[in-house]
Design a protein around this ligand. Structure first.
Ligand code: SF4
Ligand code: SF4
Length: 161
């Protein structure tokens, strides 16, 4: 006898708020999961750790984890603005790196033929960056990223609130 189908998990109210925050940032800054010419997050002034594939963006309009190949319209050449990340920015970036990237094995490339825009938890499969409502992440991720919680999206629409 075959196993009964498990219920498909649903996003919560927390996800609704966080997804809206991410969408607001994305729309305000034209954030996308692909470079703009030679400009990309990992050669931007505000990308905290240039040696990492995913890092904290300390620009005050973003303050989120971003992929190295992403881009937004606040891009600045390294060293051109005369400000630096504060101690608090560095602390937040390190905390998110350990809790999200390392603990969840979040990478900015597909793995095992699986990627975020084919995952149940990726809110909008048509966007190059979108909100991931898996309870261990609850952040914006890239269309071609992956983490250990990947689960195939059903054929029907995924993640609509
Ligand atoms: S300011 Fe924009 S381009 Fe620069 S790291 Fe942040 S998200 Fe990327
Ligand atoms: S659960 Fe993991 S694989 Fe799925 S969308 Fe979120 S980050 Fe991507």
């Amino acid at each position: 006898m075959s196993e009964p189908d498990l219920p498909v998990p649903e996003p919560t109210e927390v996800d609704e708020q966080r997804a809206l925050e991410f969408i607001r940032i994305k729309e305000d800054t034209a954030l996308k999961g692909r470079p703009e010419g030679d400009q990309r997050c990992d050669n931007c002034h505000f990308y905290l750790e240039t040696s990492e594939d995913i890092s904290y963006c300390w620009h005050d309009k973003l303050e989120i984890m971003v992929g190295g190949e992403w881009w937004c319209d606040r891009w600045e050449e390294v060293g051109v603005p005369d400000d630096e990340p504060s101690a608090e920015d560095r602390q937040t970036g390190m905390k998110l790196k350990f809790e999200l990237v390392e603990d969840q094995q979040w990478v900015n490339e597909p793995k095992f033929g699986e990627k975020c825009d084919e995952c149940l938890f990726y809110l909008n499969p048509d966007d190059s960056v979108s909100y991931c409502w898996h309870p261990k992440l609850r952040v914006g991720v890239g269309h071609d990223h992956w983490c250990q919680w990947w689960e195939a999206a059903p054929d029907s629409e995924t993640g609509a609130f």
